[in-house]
Write a protein that binds this ligand. Structure first.
Ligand SMILES: NC(=O)c1ccc[n+]([C@@H]2O[C@H](COP(=O)([O-])OP(=O)(O)OC[C@H]3O[C@@H](n4cnc5c(N)ncnc54)[C@H](OP(=O)(O)O)[C@@H]3O)[C@@H](O)[C@H]2O)c1
Length: 335
C-alpha cells in the first residue's frame, strides 16, 4: 500500500517566472505525514487553485506542488485516529492544496481535524459541485440572515455572479425569497443568471458607476461580494441604512478604495467571510444545511464534470474569468 502509485496534477517551476502543469504518477509514500489517508473520488476547481497552479506565492510557497483545496472521497486508513476505513468524507480548506498536496491527486493524507464526514444525504459528486465555492456562498447568505437582512427591505447584490461562489449565492438567495441583482461581465450569461433566480442584472461598468463619490443612492439590503476593489467599494456606498455587506473574494482586486462614511452615517456592516480556517462546528452546520433545508436540486445545471486530463485548460480559463458555474474533477475517471 505504501508505495502504491497514483495520478496527480503537479505544478513545476519552469524558470523565468513560468510554471508548467503535468499529470504525473506519484507515490503514496510521497504524501505528507498525517492521520488520515483518503482516496479522492472528486475534487473541484476554485479560484485559489488557479492561483496555486500558476505560481502565486501568496497561496503556495514551494513547487513542485499538487493544488486542490477541495477533496471528496473515502477513508483508506486512519492509523492516527479519525473516521474508519470506507467512511465518505470531505476535506476542504485548511492548508489542503496550498502547501499540502491537494485534491488534484487521487490520494491525500491529512490531519484528522481537517476531515468532515460527508452528510448522508449528499453524494460525493454533489458535495464537490458545491465545493468550497458553494460552501462560501452559503456562509455569506447565512451571515446576511444572521445580521438581520430581510427579504422585504430591498434587493441583495451578488458580484462575480456567474462564478462558482456567485452562481450558488444567486440560487441560495433567490430560494430564500430575496430579490437578487447580479453583476456580471458576461453579456451572454444573462439568461443563465435569470434561470438561477436573478431578477436584475448589472454590467461591471454599471456596478462601478459613480465610484468617485463617498456615498451613492441607497439600494442594497445586502451584498455578496466575490471581486473586491471598486466593485466592492461601490456596493458598500450603495448599501441602504443598516444593510450588511459580506466580503469573501478578490477576483478583481485586493484593494478597497473607500471612506468611513457608509459605516458611520448609514450603519452599514461589513462582514469578512473565510472558509479555509472556519471552525469545525460551523463547517458541519453549513454542510448539513446544504444537504437539507438549503439543498440545491439543480446543481448539475451549473456544473461541468471533467477528467484530470482536461484540468489544465480549465485552470487557464478560470484565470481569464471565463468559466460559468462550477467545475468538478472526476479523479477516478478511467480507473
Ligand atoms: N473567503 C474564502 O474563504 C473564499 C472561498 C472561496 C472563494 N473565495 C474567493 O472568491 C472569489 C470567487 O471565487 P470563485 O471560485 O467563485 O471564482 P470564479 O469561479 O473564477 O468566479 C469569479 C468571477 O468573478 C468575476 N470576475 C473575474 N475577474 C473579474 C474582474 N477582473 N473584475 C470583475 N469581475 C471579475 C467573473 O464573473 P462574471 O463574469 O460573472 O462577472 C468570474 O466568473 C475569488 O477571489 C476566491 O479567491 C474566497
Amino acid at each position: 500500500m505504501h508505495d502504491m502509485t497514483f495520478k496527480a496534477l503537479v505544478v513545476h517551476e519552469a524558470g523565468e517566472g513560468r510554471f508548467r502543469r503535468v499529470v504525473e504518477q506519484r507515490r503514496v509514500s510521497d504524501l505528507p505525514g498525517g492521520d488520515v489517508l483518503v482516496r479522492v473520488h472528486y475534487s473541484s476547481l476554485n479560484y485559489k487553485d488557479a492561483l496555486s497552479a500558476s505560481g502565486n506565492r501568496g497561496v503556495t510557497r514551494k513547487y513542485p506542488h499538487t493544488p486542490g483545496i477541495d477533496a471528496a472521497g473515502e477513508v483508506v486508513s486512519a492509523p492516527g485516529g479519525g473516521p474508519e476505513a470506507g467512511t465518505k468524507v470531505l476535506v476542504c480548506g485548511y492548508d489542503l492544496g496550498m502547501n499540502t498536496a491537494g485534491g488534484f491527486g487521487q490520494y491525500i493524507r491529512v490531519p484528522a481535524t481537517w476531515v468532515v464526514e460527508c452528510p448522508v444525504d449528499l453524494s460525493l459528486l454533489d458535495a464537490m459541485r458545491i465545493g468550497t465555492a458553494g460552501f462560501t456562498a452559503a456562509q455569506c447568505v447565512a451571515a446576511l440572515q444572521e445580521a438581520g437582512s430581510r427579504q422585504d427591505n430591498g434587493p441583495v447584490l451578488v458580484t462575480g455572479a456567474t462564478g462558482g461562489v456567485g452562481s450558488i449565492a444567486v440560487i441560495l438567495l433567490a430560494r430564500r425569497g430575496f430579490k437578487v441583482t447580479a453583476v456580471t461581465g458576461k453579456e451572454t450569461a444573462h439568461a443563465f443568471l435569470r434561470e438561477l433566480g436573478a431578477t436584475d442584472i448589472l454590467t461591471r461598468e454599471q456596478a462601478t458607476a459613480g465610484g468617485n463619490r463617498m456615498l451613492l443612492r441607497e439600494r442594497w439590503e445586502g451584498v455578496v461580494d466575490t471581486v473586491g476593489g471598486d466593485t466592492l467599494a461601490t456596493a458598500i456606498k450603495s448599501t441602504r441604512y443598516g444593510g450588511t455587506v459580506t466580503c469573501c473574494g478578490n477576483a478583481a482586486s485586493g484593494d478597497l478604495p473607500l471612506s468611513v462614511y457608509p459605516f458611520i452615517l448609514r450603519g452599514v456592516r461589513l462582514i469578512g467571510i473565510d472558509s479555509a480556517q472556519c471552525s469545525r462546528a460551523r463547517r458541519e452546520e453549513i454542510w448539513n444545511r446544504l444537504s437539507g433545508a438549503w439543498r440545491i436540486d439543480n446543481l448539475a445545471d451549473i456544473s461541468t464534470v471533467i477528467p484530470l486530463a482536461e484540468l489544465d485548460g480549465y485552470i487557464e480559463r478560470m484565470l481569464q474569468g471565463t468559466i460559468r458555474g462550477r467545475v468538478v474533477v472526476d479523479m477516478q475517471e478511467g480507473e
